[in-house]
Design a protein around this ligand. Structure first.
Ligand SMILES: [Zn+2]
Length: 474
């Protein structure tokens, strides 16, 4: 079927920066806390209280911009964005309008689409309103007030709901790798506003767009866009006109509804923030920030495949979560058998952590390295190595102690090796004859039989060595 309309999507992603303190005061910026316990005169806008810029927030935002291929404005300043809502006690938000910190970035998606980033600016978060419909009361919690945020604004380069979801998840992963945002969507540290419009297929004229506000999961971003495409298609098919407006998405019904029209849009009356000095950067500042950017997921994939010899798929799976990739990196620093570490890591570690919410592996890279090493040296066999990992996950403990306590240590019983193999040779003179006549594959038969008879008493390596000696003496 010929597609009648092209979908045009632009995103505005808000990401809370994980600095210790807030953007313009020294209040604790961590998530949670009893309502209104992380507040002070500055972040609640008391008369006479003056903001002081948190340099860590500027550094974090700059790091995000550089990783997303942005140019850094050498001269940047803050503006006041005025609006009245009870979650904003100052009645203005400190933001950036015409001189944002980062401009002209880009990020490539797996579809090959390059999404241009118009700008990344620094601003402060608002508080949270809790509405009690039953009692008809509303409560304000200002703990989130003035937590630093970056807003990443894209050009309308995204062509589908899948691309939009991939863009947001890729941004979330990058910010985690950069240590600038914990990217916990369930705690609201990443939210997205989505602009959607349709245009006749192939046309260069953009249609009127609807903006859907405050989406806080990859799934709701995708669903909201799909429902919006369906709604706009129906309007256009019926000969109607899409109205430019702001809409909200209802997770329960999977549909969007109008919040306010363009005529009722806020006039933010931006003006330069008089209480905070403009910031200027030198070339050295920017070079220093560049040098501090850690390896990003795609760069780690490259290292794992090119330097460590892992497959593309394995490398990609390990880097899907920063804490897992960090764990793998720390393990191979201790024990640089890249593939052997990856094999046990991908099966035994990933399997156990993938269904948990905690972003932590409950065992240490040092202990894990020890288990891989024990398996490599045949001190324990591979199945027992897996059991050791299971026990460490469930009960904790030192891998060597666990191996000893459970009888996993393979004892090299040389007398038993000789006895078993000599007996096998005596029992099968026919196969020995075959071997002498050039059927060398009988080696495998003896190896299998001896391994089975000697489980727990000898390693395959020493069984093989004894067998090779026996055959060479024939
Ligand atoms: Zn404060």
């Amino acid at each position: 079927m010929c597609k009648k309309y092209d979908t045009v999507i632009g995103l505005e992603i808000h990401a809370e920066l994980s600095t210790k303190t807030k953007a313009f005061c020294t209040c604790d910026a961590s998530f949670g806390g009893d309502p209104n316990t992380h507040i002070c005169p500055v972040c609640t806008g008391q008369p006479g209280a003056l903001p002081v810029i948190n340099h860590a927030a500027v550094e974090y935002a700059m790091r995000a911009g550089l990783a997303l291929n942005c140019d850094i404005n050498r001269y940047t300043r803050f503006d006041r964005k005025n609006y009245f809502y009870p979650d904003l006690p100052k009645a203005y938000q400190i933001s950036q309008l015409d001189l944002p910190l980062c401009i002209n970035g880009s990020l490539e998606l797996s579809t090959g689409t390059v999404v241009r980033i118009h700008q990344i600016h620094l601003e402060e978060d608002a508080g949270k309103m809790v509405h009690d419909d039953y009692h008809g009361e509303s409560w304000a919690d200002y703990n989130r007030c003035s937590v630093p945020l970056i807003e990443i604004v894209t050009e309308p380069d995204i062509k589908s709901s899948e691309e939009a979801a991939e863009f947001v998840s890729k941004i979330a992963l990058y910010l985690k790798y950069l240590n600038v945002c914990d990217a916990k969507m369930q705690e609201g540290s990443i939210r997205a506003d989505v602009n959607v419009s349709l245009k006749p297929a192939g046309s260069s004229v953009l249609g009127d767009r609807a903006e859907i506000k405050n989406l806080n999961s990859f799934r709701s971003i995708q669903r909201a866009i799909e429902s919006e495409i369906a709604r706009q298609t129906e309007i256009l098919e019926g000969g109607g006109k899409v109205v430019q407006e702001t809409r909200r998405f209802d997770d329960a019904t999977g549909t969007t509804s109008s919040l306010r029209s363009k005529e009722n849009a806020n006039d933010y009356r931006y003006f330069p923030e008089p209480d905070i000095l403009a910031i200027t950067f030198t070339e050295e500042d920017i070079e220093k920030a560049k040098s501090e950017i850690p390896l990003l997921p795609h760069q780690r994939v490259e290292r794992y495949t090119k330097e460590y010899g892992l497959t593309d798929e394995d490398a990609r799976v390990i880097t899907l979560e920063k804490y897992l990739s960090d764990f793998y990196d720390r393990t191979v620093e201790i024990y640089p058998q890249y593939k052997n570490v990856a094999n046990l890591f991908l099966t035994e570690i990933m399997r156990r952590v993938k269904d948990t919410d905690s972003e932590e592996v409950p065992i240490s890279p040092k202990d894990f390295a020890k288990v891989v090493q024990m398996a490599d040296k045949n001190t324990v066999n591979r199945n027992d190595a897996k059991s050791i990992i299971r026990i460490m996950f469930e009960e904790g403990g030192d891998p060597e102690e666990i191996a000893k306590a459970n009888g996993f240590i393979v004892v090299e019983d040389t007398a038993a090796i000789a006895e078993v193999i000599d007996k096998l040779f005596a029992e099968r003179p026919d196969l020995i004859e075959d071997y002498k006549n050039g059927k060398t594959n009988v080696f495998g038969f003896f190896m299998g039989q001896a391994n089975r008879a000697l489980t727990g008493k000898a390693t395959p390596m020493s069984i093989k060595a004894y067998l090779e000696k026996k055959f060479s003496e024939l």
